[in-house]
Design a protein around this ligand. Structure first.
Ligand SMILES: *[C@@H]1O[C@H](CO)[C@@H](O)[C@H](O)[C@H]1NC(C)=O
Ligand SMILES: *[C@@H]1O[C@H](CO)[C@@H](O)[C@H](O)[C@H]1NC(C)=O
Ligand SMILES: *[C@@H]1O[C@H](CO)[C@@H](O)[C@H](O)[C@H]1NC(C)=O
Ligand SMILES: *[C@@H]1O[C@H](CO)[C@@H](O)[C@H](O)[C@H]1NC(C)=O
Ligand SMILES: *[C@@H]1O[C@H](CO)[C@@H](O)[C@H](O)[C@H]1NC(C)=O
Ligand SMILES: *[C@@H]1O[C@H](CO)[C@@H](O)[C@H](O)[C@H]1NC(C)=O
Ligand SMILES: *[C@@H]1O[C@H](CO)[C@@H](O)[C@H](O)[C@H]1NC(C)=O
Length: 345
């Protein structure tokens, strides 16, 4: 009994060794999973079974990832590096992970992200950068970010995030911002506009709570009225020109500043909040109403004159005929007179 158990386990170990399962990890060949959680590892194991798709490395003490770390694991789809001590990501760290879909880097010491770091991950869907020490993000997360649907930036040191970065994630469904040091000055208008549009179109997010300036500390960015950003330079949001342009196109629309007019379009978020365009559109509508009134009045007067003239002419003509041919006949209305006479003639 004992012997056969020993035999079976040694077979398993043998299979593991042949497959290349790292000695401290558990390998599940059927699900192509390697589980190295809670092993006190200081480095990513250098050899993994061929074809590994899921690699759990959370709760270890990994500090560095070199350019060669994932060279032999190109089949990975899920990589969980959460709760380690990684402080930096090199531009080429994840190079070659063509199939990677989920990358979990939460709870590390990452301070900076390069715009090339995620450029080689065309299938990346979920990127968890929460609970790190990131104070600055690049303008984009690379040029292959179109498949990202979830991005978590929670609990970092961020003060702002570039609108260009957000707009380079066209398929984003969820983004998490909580627990940062959002600086709610002029440069945050881009984020505010983007976030409103994102939420309006069904995106999911949490709160952007301001920590600077003092008078907005603790306030939710979405609840700060746009009027307070009225003095910001137009470049803060890159959208003022679009709005003014729109205003001059839709002449005389009184409902112009109403949100429903823009449907699910981003134009809505761009233009709706602007307070400046309102007087212009109001002036437009007043002018249009005045012009319409004058034109209508003139047309009405002309029609009235024509009617009076026509009626008078008919009456005179009728009188003339009556006097000449039917002295005793009663007078009809203007409209009846003509056909009656024609039939007689
Ligand atoms: C992180 O990993 C350490 C071991 O390295 C563990 O003691 C700790 O509980 C883990 N933290 C979380 C939040 O899982
Ligand atoms: C990343 O791992 C943490 C636990 O370590 C988990 O709570 C979180 O949901 C994971 N993130 C994603 C995107 O799967
Ligand atoms: C995308 O970025 C990678 C790495 O920076 C670069 O090698 C590649 O040429 C870029 N592709 C395009 C289409 O810009
Ligand atoms: C996004 O994923 C789809 C399907 O998984 C793939 O065809 C496409 O090439 C990916 N996008 C990029 C930028 O590679
Ligand atoms: C986070 O980064 C700041 C500098 O940006 C540094 O002073 C601080 O010690 C870092 N915190 C951790 C936990 O690494
Ligand atoms: C990364 O940023 C540099 C400038 O900081 C820029 O020249 C380069 O085109 C960017 N690359 C990508 C892939 O966005
Ligand atoms: C948004 O507006 C643009 C033109 O400004 C239009 O091409 C696009 O179809 C609109 N999208 C929606 C969802 O209405």
């Amino acid at each position: 009994m004992n012997g056969s158990l020993l035999f079976v386990s040694s077979i398993i170990i043998l299979i593991d060794v042949v497959n290349g399962c790292p000695p401290t990890c558990l390998c599940h060949p059927i699900s192509q999973t390697v589980d190295c959680r809670n092993r006190g590892l200081a480095e990513v194991p250098s050899h993994l079974p061929a074809g590994t798709q899921i690699l759990f490395l959370s709760n270890n003490d990994i500090q560095r990832l070199s350019q060669r770390t994932f060279r032999g694991t190109k089949t990975l789809k899920v990589l969980d590096l959460s709760n380690n001590s990684i402080s930096g990501l090199l531009p080429e760290t994840f190079k070659g992970l063509e199939h990677l879909q989920i990358l979990n880097l939460t709870n590390n010491f990452i301070t900076y992200v390069d715009n090339k770091t995620f450029s080689s991950l065309p299938h990346l869907r979920e990127l968890d950068l929460s609970s790190n020490n990131i104070s600055r993000l690049p303008r984009t997360l690379g040029n292959k970010t179109e498949n990202i649907t979830l991005l978590s930036l929670k609990y970092n040191q961020l003060q702002e995030v570039d609108r260009v970065l957000l707009e380079s994630l066209p398929n984003l469904k969820m983004i998490l911002f909580k627990g940062n040091f959002w600086q709610c000055n002029c440069q945050i208008v881009g984020l505010k506009l983007w976030l409103e549009s994102f939420l309006y179109n069904g995106g999911i997010s949490d709160e952007v709570i301001c920590s600077i300036p003092e008078n907005r500390k603790g306030k939710d960015l979405l609840k700060i009225p746009y009027e307070l950003y009225g003095t910001c330079p137009p470049t803060a949001s890159h959208v003022h020109h679009v709005c003014w342009h729109h205003n001059s196109e839709h002449k005389g629309s009184v409902k112009h500043t109403h949100p429903s007019e823009y449907g699910g379009n981003s134009t809505r978020a761009n233009c709706e909040p602007k307070s400046k365009p309102r007087p212009a559109s109001l002036r437009h509508s007043v002018a249009t109403v005045a012009i319409t009134g004058v034109v209508c009045g003139i047309i009405c007067l002309m029609m009235l004159a024509a009617a009076v003239y026509g009626c008078a002419y008919a009456v005179i003509t009728a009188k003339y005929h009556q006097e000449n041919s039917y002295p005793g006949k009663e007078q009809g209305s203007c409209e009846e007179k003509e056909p009656f006479e024609n039939s007689l003639a």
